[in-house]
Design a protein around this ligand. Structure first.
Ligand code: DGL
Length: 254
């Protein structure tokens, strides 16, 4: 099933993909974006693979009705579980996924100590396993699941004492033991102040948002599908309430 259109669809389980949308907007200011967050069903990171696939395909179907020329899966969890199914369903559409930015971390710290913070689904999927195998001899890599953090970002509480308490439990064992921390979930860049406070200002934090935006631009350019303005963002969210749309704006402008 294919349907050509003007929008670049940006999808996440909730508001996390806005950390990717910020890079996309910077790089492609003249594009029309349709941001769809499935906050009513977040977090995806604790679900079964089959559930994540089903929810992702249903969201993509909703988004396709607006007419998409590309779909950016701005969710590491949905990419890990469902990117193949999406590509099979929408054969001619440009479909770009995000994955934990392990390569830039290893390039920067060969032989170093690298943590990958991500959801349980991302860390247990085969896609992540093969990424890990590719780099496991090039650095010491630790998986760091962070259950509970997505829920706090969804509630607009990424920068609160509650987030500090949760992240203290998760990250204090790693203090002083890492050269770089890969933020392998698009919700986590909204918690960087607390993460830095716990792990120190010198730790290098790496996320895949910028690389995903660059890849999107490259693919659109290659296909001759760039739009030349005016730029726009159309917001859609399965939670359908004013609070979530207000949070989207706050996070976009942060
Ligand atoms: N933002 C998503 C990611 O990048 C996951 C959030 C969730 O668990 O729903 O992995």
């Amino acid at each position: 099933m294919n349907q050509k259109g003007d929008y670049i669809g940006v999808f996440d389980s909730g508001v996390g993909g806005i950390s990717v949308l910020r890079h996309l907007r910077k790089l492609l200011p003249n594009e029309r974006f349709l941001y769809y967050g499935d906050s009513a069903n977040a977090p995806y990171g604790r679900r079964t693979t089959a559930q994540v696939q089903e929810l992702t395909l249903a969201a993509a179907e909703r988004m396709m009705k607006y007419g998409l020329k590309a779909l950016v899966v701005a969710c590491n969890t949905a990419t890990a579980a469902a990117i193949q199914a999406l590509r099979q369903t929408y054969g001619n559409l440009i479909v770009i996924g995000i994955e934990p930015a392990l390569k830039p971390a290893v390039d920067q710290f060969p032989g170093g100590r690298i943590g990958v913070m991500a959801t349980q689904v991302t860390l247990r999927e085969e896609k992540f396993d093969s990424l890990l195998h590719r780099y496991e001899n090039a650095a010491t890599i630790a998986k760091i699941p962070a259950p509970g953090l997505v829920e706090l970002v969804e509630a607009g509480k990424a920068d609160t004492a509650e987030a500090e308490a949760l992240l203290t439990d998760i990250l204090s064992p790693w203090a002083g033991k890492l050269d770089a921390l890969v933020l392998g979930c698009t919700h986590y860049p909204f918690a960087v102040r607390v993460i830095r406070q716990l792990l120190g200002p010198r730790l290098v934090l790496i996320d895949g948002g910028e690389g995903t935006a660059r890849e999107t631009k490259r693919r659109l350019e290659q296909a001759g599908l760039l739009h030349d303005g005016p730029g726009e963002i159309l917001w859609q969210n399965s939670a359908e309430n004013d609070e979530i749309l207000a949070l989207c704006q706050t996070l976009l402008n942060q």
